[in-house]
Design a protein around this ligand. Structure first.
Ligand SMILES: [Fe+2]
Length: 398
């Protein structure tokens, strides 16, 4: 009898051990980031030459060198770059790429490459090529919006080959100083970022720049997306086909922020737009809207100091976030959209302003298609219901 009990105990113990090991294997295979939440990527960024260059980026758990294999053929990654500098956040610039060409690539180190083959496409070098990009903002995950970010990312994954790149107009995360927020965000967007190019715009929640809070921990936003050549603000620009894109750093639009940045960023913006007058369209993106029917209302500083510049340099479209809803506003004749249905909780506050053309609450994403005659803006719910649609005619020949 005693021997039988001993055998039973051994059988139960064996089942428990085998069961635990099997559970770990299954759980690990379901979520590869479970054991290494710090591991991220790949994601692809553009510098000022999207037709011929791309920045391949990722984060590793340990200090490693940076190795990329890439090529035009999925089965023949015949180019490689190795940067021997040991780092955790990796950025490798691919140069001399062909325009309008799909490139496949793998990331890793000289010791070990990852298995996954990722893909992105370079910009056309023809200034008459039509294209489409997706725009979202405020993907920030909070306890009040649990799962919203995943739903939007899931939608953008299913139609990934219908657009040429993805722009996020800020507030990627709830707290840019909290590493776990970045870990969650990159994990959620992994299957999107490994198949397209990301155009990042900084939001107030992403930042901990000294101008926001002298004592705060440095956010990793500029390390993850090192595109700004300015040390005091996060701004850059590039041309894609017939559009000049300008990305600015207006996070709160507060009086202090605006006063401190007026002399530097506004001068930079004027200079950038002045040099872009030959482009058919100019699209300017910054996080805080000039006018909104939501919580942040009409920003008088921006109306007074920023809007006249955008007007003078004939900006075709303004892209914003910050308010947590979708809205189409016409600011002094310039079409402006707030993309705040990108994954955060929806703020029901609404006092309709005169310039509001349309306002939508709920999760949305916006498709922006550009051709020689017009820019077409279409905004959809995650069920693909079209909730806003308008055209902006080309005004180069005015
Ligand atoms: Fe914001």
């Amino acid at each position: 009898m005693k021997k039988m009990k001993e055998i039973s105990r051994k059988i139960i113990a064996t089942f428990l051990i085998v069961g635990t090991v099997m559970s770990i294997i299954v759980f690990h295979s379901l979520d590869k980031n479970f054991f290494n939440p710090k591991e991220k990527g790949a994601w692809v960024l553009w510098n000022e030459n999207p037709a011929s260059e791309a920045i391949i980026s990722w984060e590793s758990t340990n200090l490693e060198d940076s190795t990329v294999y890439y090529g035009e053929n999925l089965n023949l990654l015949n180019y490689s770059i190795l940067n021997p500098t040991l780092t955790e956040i990796h950025h490798i610039i691919l140069t001399d790429l062909k325009s309008n060409t799909k490139y496949y690539y793998k990331i890793g180190s000289s010791e070990k490459m990852k298995d996954e083959i990722n893909v992105f496409q370079t910009a056309p070098d023809n200034e008459n090529s039509s294209f489409t990009f997706m725009a979202i903002s405020d993907t920030q995950q909070t306890s009040w919006s649990n799962g919203f970010c995943d739903k939007v990312a899931g939608k953008l994954k299913t139609n990934i080959f219908e657009y040429d790149f993805l722009m996020n107009v800020g507030d990627f995360v709830w707290n840019g100083e909290d590493q776990s927020d970045w870990d969650d965000f990159f994990n959620t967007y992994k299957e999107v970022f490994n198949k397209t190019v990301l155009v990042p715009v900084i939001g107030n929640h992403d930042s901990s720049y000294p101008k926001v809070n002298e004592s705060s921990t440095q956010s990793k936003f500029p390390s993850y997306f090192p595109l700004s050549s300015n040390s005091n603000f996060y701004a850059y620009s590039f041309n894609y086909s017939m559009v000049h894109f300008t990305i600015c750093d207006f996070q709160y639009g507060s009086e202090d922020e605006f006063e401190n940045l007026r002399q530097s960023q506004l001068e930079w913006l004027k200079n950038d737009l002045e040099q872009a007058q030959n482009s058919k369209y100019r699209i300017v993106s910054f996080h805080c809207p000039i006018e909104a029917s939501g919580f942040h209302g009409i920003n008088e500083d921006m109306v007074e100091n920023l809007l006249p510049i955008l007007k003078t340099y004939n900006v075709s479209l303004i892209l914003n976030g910050h308010d947590h809803h979708y809205e189409h506003v016409i600011c002094d004749g310039i079409d402006s959209i707030i993309l705040g249905g990108g994954g955060s909780f929806q703020d029901p506050h609404a006092i309709l302003i005169n310039d509001c053309q349309n306002m939508v609450f709920g999760l949305t994403y916006t498709s922006i298609s550009v051709n020689n005659d017009y820019i077409q803006v279409n905004t959809f719910t995650l069920d693909d219901d079209l909730v806003d649609s308008f055209k902006i005619q080309s005004r180069r020949d005015d």
